[in-house]
Design a protein around this ligand. Structure first.
Ligand code: FRU
Length: 387
């Protein structure tokens, strides 16, 4: 387990180091911390010769001047060394501390979205924008990787090159996005990972709901509705992403030892058209299907459309995840889905957390969001919270 120390995450400190830190010394502005941090160093000059005149002078008052200069230099040296010498031993729950002493008048946040082809992600960006609009000091630059992992890697690298103050990323896949995020952290840019996680824990804060718990709740809901016995089609989200893995694991745990059997499973990559195609295969192979469990609502809807086209939609139940008001919850109200489990986007929480980090406040390493189930019985009352 590797953890960055609190000061490395302190955006009030880090950006000035990454960009070169200037400091008033002996009446002159001197670039000092960049040299100390060893980052893109300026041509080598002695610390004692920074500024237009040497810090140590001769002539009247030289003793007092020399003393004050020495205090400044030593103070800067020890601050710089402390920052660059940060170990990797802080506990996971420590993230950011340090006050707002070096506060800037504005902060730029780079938001890397893996795609905007699904309503859930459009909603995430809208929540981020709405929350950021309420904080005049925050400016968010959005990038859409259009479901292309390489493009998303490049976006993170561009944000690092541009020296943004903080990055929010909702990664497409865990493994390929781990490295560029690690590099952003190495450049002292704090990173908030939203919804899908990475490998390891080299980021500042992860925000998302508990996908295993949601998968388990979906399994338990189904065991109850089917009386402990039945044949299920599982349409999985992208299995190189953590929510797909966890929604599968939780569901399988819940149905294990019951009479519920998964007769067909396929990776529909979170996409409705893929889910529809996979469901067509399932329908052609199996004459009896009791339920479709899809890892998201677009997947459940795609399966419903396939079953409806085959004239078989009434034979089975459809369960999805996301529960956007205008998508999954509306489908439950219309009788298209039998249940949907809420997966909050975390957009507002991401901005709240970003603001804290940028102002030097401590934030937890992980923020776990809650969830609700919406089905025929409770949808009118606003669903029921998962315990
Ligand atoms: C959107 C989406 C959501 C799903 C989430 C999981 O891209 O597929 O439907 O809940 O991603 O990361």
């Amino acid at each position: 387990m590797t953890h960055e120390c609190c000061l490395c995450h302190d955006r009030a400190t880090a950006p000035q180091i990454a960009n070169g830190r200037w400091q008033m010394a002996n009446g002159k502005w001197v670039e000092i911390e960049r040299r100390l941090a060893g980052l893109r160093a300026s041509p080598p000059i002695s610390i004692l010769q920074l500024g237009r005149k040497p810090l140590f002078k001769t002539g009247p008052m030289r003793h007092l001047r020399n003393f004050l200069s020495a205090v400044l230099v030593i103070g800067s040296l020890s601050a710089g060394l402390f920052v660059t010498g940060c170990g990797k031993s802080e506990p996971a729950s420590q993230s950011t501390t340090g006050g707002d002493k070096k506060a800037k008048s504005a902060y730029t946040i780079g938001m890397s979205q893996c795609n905007l082809g699904e309503p859930w992600r459009v909603e995430m960006n809208a929540q981020i924008k709405a929350a950021a609009d309420k904080q005049p000091k925050l400016k968010v630059i959005f990038k859409d990787a259009q479901n292309d992992t390489l493009k998303q890697r490049a976006h993170v690298e561009e944000f690092v090159g541009a020296g943004v103050d903080l990055i929010i990323i909702s990664p497409k896949e865990a493994q390929p996005l781990t490295e560029p995020v690690g590099k952003a952290m190495d450049a002292h840019i704090p990173v908030i990972v939203l919804d899908r996680s990475l490998l390891g824990d080299k980021y500042t804060c992860f925000i998302g709901a508990d996908n295993k718990k949601i998968g388990r709740a979906a399994g338990e809901w189904l065991v109850k509705k089917l009386g402990g016995k039945g044949k299920v089609v599982e349409l999985k989200g992208l299995m190189t992403s953590t929510p797909g893995q966890d929604r599968n694991r939780g569901f399988r745990d819940a149905i294990s030892g019951t009479g519920i059997e998964v007769i067909f499973e396929a990776d529909m990559k979170w996409l409705e058209p893929d889910a529809r195609k996979e469901m067509e295969s399932a329908l052609s192979r199996f004459t009896k299907i009791d339920c479709v469990y899809a890892h998201n609502d677009p997947g459940a809807h795609g399966a419903y459309l396939a079953a409806q086209a085959a004239g078989r939609a009434k034979e089975m139940m459809f369960v999805g995840i996301d529960a956007l008001q205008h998508e999954g919850v509306a489908y439950v109200k219309q009788g298209i889905l039998d249940a949907t489990f809420q997966y909050p986007t975390g957009g507002a929480e991401a901005i709240d957390t970003a603001s804290k980090i940028l102002h030097g406040e401590a934030v937890p390493k992980q923020i776990t969001l809650g969830s609700r189930v919406f089905d025929k019985e409770n949808v009118a009352a606003g669903g029921t919270e998962l315990k």
